[in-house]
Design a protein around this ligand. Structure first.
Ligand code: NAI
Length: 365
């Protein structure tokens, strides 16, 4: 099964962890831990997909799941995705993720986060946590009171801080690699780039694109985010949407699943490369992109800069070395696109193949 093919299966239709048909073609999850604490209302699931390459690292998502099964499905999908992201980035890390069930605005308390940290600690470093949707660096500081297996804390607490600049740098280098593959030159001068979502990553990406001479059109649903862009980068055109505009590169940096059969019909760009996770609404959309001659850079490769940063935090890697590793994402993208071209396969399949080769080579030892 390709990385994206999991979308084909109605994953909500399955319960439990063992022998799930949605992960049938992949290695099964090694360990799934349910944690609850009555005093604080904590209900958490920690999913460890693989420790083949190293300890399983992945963020903690705090989200009001409609039920336990939805939370389980999400943690299984996300932790597997982290195995792929870490392997593609060349890191000595496995894939894991955790979900906390509840509304972070109402249910997130220091006591609950500390209770969660105690459960993370019981895993003795097989799982290392970080921030994700619904959790922040400040929350990681609190979790860090009860476990040492936490990264992405605030700089004041010894963490490496906001990962968005490194994520944006990885997306930028992925874009230049895709440009080289499509147009024969990595130079983005004059290339028209549509950035969808001008939040933490989008904003940093715009800055890099303008420095490289690109012509940027940006969109966001949040007026404040757009104002920040207008104030800092007066040359950026603001539009209601970017995906259907006359652009060379579409950079989804807001939510996932923006690439649908319908949206691909309106897309004029030759390259899609952005930070959003799970950009393809369903796997077959990559076929539609290829039919239109659009090159899609698999998201779990292009957006791995933040993960490389926190891996550097664990290994105490100097910032300059982390930056070099993030820029190297472009080399990986080049390899994926070459393989796609040579073997007549999809970029998602080429990326999956690279990951699986690395995992089996390490497992063989
Ligand atoms: P963010 O929350 O700072 O920014 C997202 C922006 O998208 C917000 O300004 C929001 O108003 C805007 N937005 C939401 N829906 C939109 C829509 N329909 N159309 C246009 N704009 C919309 O998030 P951040 O950190 O910039 O992340 C962006 C994406 O990249 C997310 O999907 C995230 O999961 C992914 N990502 C981020 C990483 C990081 O290091 N921050 C690492 C890997 C992936």
């Amino acid at each position: 099964m390709t990385h994206a093919a999991e979308h084909k299966v109605d994953i909500d239709a399955y319960s439990g962890v063992f022998d799930r048909p949605d992960f049938a073609d992949d290695s099964p999850h090694e360990q799934v831990v349910f944690c609850q604490d009555k005093a604080t209302g904590l209900k958490a699931i920690i999913g460890i997909h693989s420790t083949t390459l190293g300890p399983a690292l992945g963020g903690t998502r705090f989200y009001p799941y409609r039920d336990e099964q939805a939370a389980l499905t999400d943690v299984l999908r996300l932790s597997r995705g982290m195995t792929y992201k870490a392997a593609a980035a060349g890191l000595q890390l496995g894939g894991g993720k955790a979900v906390l069930i509840g509304d972070p605005a109402l249910d997130k308390t220091p006591a609950l986060l500390e209770a969660y940290g105690r459960f993370v600690e019981t895993l003795n470093g097989r799982y290392i946590t970080a921030g994700d949707v619904g959790t922040t660096s400040d929350d990681m500081d609190i979790i860090g009171r009860s476990t040492e297996h936490v990264v992405a804390r605030t700089p004041a607490a010894g963490g490496s801080g906001d990962s968005a600049p490194m994520t944006a740098l990885g997306v930028f280098n992925s874009m230049t690699a895709a440009a080289k593959s499509v147009w024969g030159s990595a130079d983005l001068t004059g290339r028209r780039v549509g950035v969808e979502g001008t939040g933490k990553v989008g904003y940093n990406l715009i800055s890099l694109l303008l420095d490289a001479g690109a012509v940027v059109t940006a969109t966001d649903v949040n007026a404040l985010a757009l104002q920040r862009v207008k104030a800092a980068f007066p040359g950026v055109a603001i539009a209601e949407t970017v995906i259907d505009k006359d652009i060379d590169i579409y950079a989804p940096c807001a939510m996932g699943a923006t690439l649908t059969d319908l949206s691909v019909r309106t897309l004029n760009a030759a390259v899609v490369c952005g930070a959003a996770n799970n950009q393809l609404a369903v796997a077959r959309v990559e076929e539609s992109l290829r039919a239109k001659g659009v090159v899609w850079v698999p998201d779990f490769v292009s957006n791995s800069g933040g993960l490389i940063q926190v891996a550097g935090e664990i290994a105490d890697t100097p910032r300059s070395e982390v930056e070099a590793q993030v820029k190297n994402i472009g080399v990986t993208v080049g390899r994926i696109l070459t393989r796609q071209h040579e073997q007549g396969i999809l970029a998602g399949q080429a990326a999956d193949a690279i990951v699986r080769e690395r995992l089996s080579a390490v497992a063989a030892h």
